[in-house]
Ligand binder design. Structure first.
Ligand SMILES: Cc1cc2nc3c(=O)[nH]c(=O)nc-3n(C[C@H](O)[C@H](O)[C@H](O)COP(=O)(O)OP(=O)(O)OC[C@H]3O[C@@H](n4cnc5c(N)ncnc54)[C@H](O)[C@@H]3O)c2cc1C
Length: 394
């Protein structure tokens, strides 16, 4: 049997940060993962370039049933702290847009940095290790693993959420939470593309698959995001769609302003005056791709020279483009979701230490908790901050 101070289950973003920080404090840390590699999601993230934090990270960028919970940890380990670590390792990065920081080269720069820090601090990393049983002792925990028995004073659950099972995601953290009497809030896929089944709409999405519209305002349930959208074979994706998906519930209507930067009624009236013989599809091709302009002109409207539209018809065109309403059939689910919404109820976890209020010595960090960020580097910032917070107390 191996006895150590801290066992962390899950060598993802939160687990690695917690491990290197706790070991840096002189704790003996054993970091376990059932996968054959640490930080698989880090490697896949940000299209392979890891959007590792956001310059404008604020508590408002997070969803949780307990919105105040994330504040303390985010304030004690900020985006500037992580940027400092990245700078110390000479990892080259840039701001892509909206404060989103990405590696210049590869996401493996971030993973390499975290693994280096772990190695320097003396973290013992054990891969392909699964935990079959956890028992609480008078002081600490005993774990049955496929590599024998372990005992530790502090047990940290950093096993993440359910998104992308092929990258090692499991419901393990939720099982442990349940075992120790925690409440679980219903989970669902977040930051995820929508699927469309309505035949006409599906045909439009399929025809336009791969086409993006640069600046759209997508709204649902009182939330709005202004970014691009992308048509896919299955439906809709792109940053604005992923963002709003975290606020969408089945049956809800999405409202999409395809041209929020244009005062459409005025613009259409002006175009009608200045170029009465131009067809609607020619006009729309100045705003969208030629193919999209043609499909919209033919499917949503009746294509004809501008002079032939009545004021009422022009108004209807403006309204449709500024408020396209659709009800997605669903989402692509955990198969492609970037995050899992819901999870371990934070009202039963200390916001200062991440320790369970039900079982002393047990900690929850990262995505397993009911804290999910917007798209743009916020989810990693939560992983770093919550991992760092727990590491001060384990
Ligand atoms: C494709 C993709 C791209 C993303 N891009 C970004 C981005 O650019 N920026 C951003 O901020 N966020 C991004 N995210 C979200 C971000 O990756 C997660 O929010 C973050 O990784 C959560 O960290 P975590 O440590 O809590 O969980 P994870 O990183 O998921 O780590 C959990 C670890 O636990 C292990 N594990 C699971 N079950 C067990 C078990 N039973 N036993 C042992 N080990 C177990 C897993 O193998 C894994 O290594 C992306 C997500 C995906 C899926």
């Amino acid at each position: 049997m191996q006895v150590t101070d801290v066992v962390i289950i899950g060598a993802g973003a939160a687990g690695l940060m917690c491990a290197l920080t706790a070991a840096g404090r002189g704790r003996r840390v054993l970091l376990l993962d059932h996968a054959n590699k640490a930080g698989k999601k880090i490697l896949m993230s940000g299209g392979g370039r890891c959007n590792f934090t956001n310059l404008y990270c604020e508590p408002d960028n997070f969803l949780s049933a307990n919105p105040h919970f994330c504040k303390s940890a985010l304030a004690r380990y900020t985006q500037w702290d992580f940027i400092g670590l990245v700078g110390k390792h000479g990892v080259a990065y840039h701001e892509k847009k909206l404060g989103q920081l990405f590696c210049d080269h590869k996401a493996s720069d971030i993973l390499g940095m975290l693994l280096d820090e772990c190695a320097q601090a003396g973290v013992e990393l054990r891969l392909e290790t699964s935990v079959s049983e956890i028992a609480r002792l008078e002081a600490g925990y005993q774990l049955q693993t496929n590599a024998g028995l372990l005992r530790c004073a502090a047990l940290v659950i950093a096993s993440g959420g359910l998104s992308i099972p092929t990258l090692g995601a499991t419901g393990f953290g939720y099982q442990v939470a349940r075992q120790f009497g925690h409440t679980l809030l219903p989970t669902r896929a977040g930051l995820v593309p929508f699927t469309i089944t309505d035949p006409q709409l599906k045909a439009l999405c399929t025809e336009l698959s791969g086409t993006s519209v640069e600046d759209c305002l997508v709204s649902c349930n009182g939330q709005s995001f202004r970014e691009n959208i992308l048509f896919t074979h299955r439906g809709l994706s792109g940053p604005a769609i992923l963002q709003i998906s975290s606020f969408w519930q089945p049956g809800d209507t999405l409202h999409i302003d395809l041209l929020p930067h244009i005062d459409l009624p005025e613009w259409l009236a002006e175009q009608q005056r200045e170029r009465p013989n131009s067809e609607l599809k020619t006009l729309l091709a100045e705003l969208f791709t030629k193919k999209m302009a043609g499909l919209l002109a033919d499917n949503w409207f009746v294509n004809k020279p501008l002079k032939q539209y009545s004021p009422g018809e022009l108004k209807a065109i403006a309204e449709r483009l500024a408020n396209w309403q659709l009800v997605p059939a669903g989402t692509e689910g955990y198969r492609t979701a970037e995050v899992t919404l819901g999870g371990v109820d934070t009202r039963e976890v200390s916001s200062k230490t991440m320790e369970s209020l039900k079982s002393p010595g047990l900690y929850f960090i990262g995505e397993v908790l009911d804290v999910s960020g917007h798209l743009g580097g916020f989810n990693f910032q939560w992983a770093w901050a919550s991992g760092y917070a727990a590491a001060q107390y384990v």
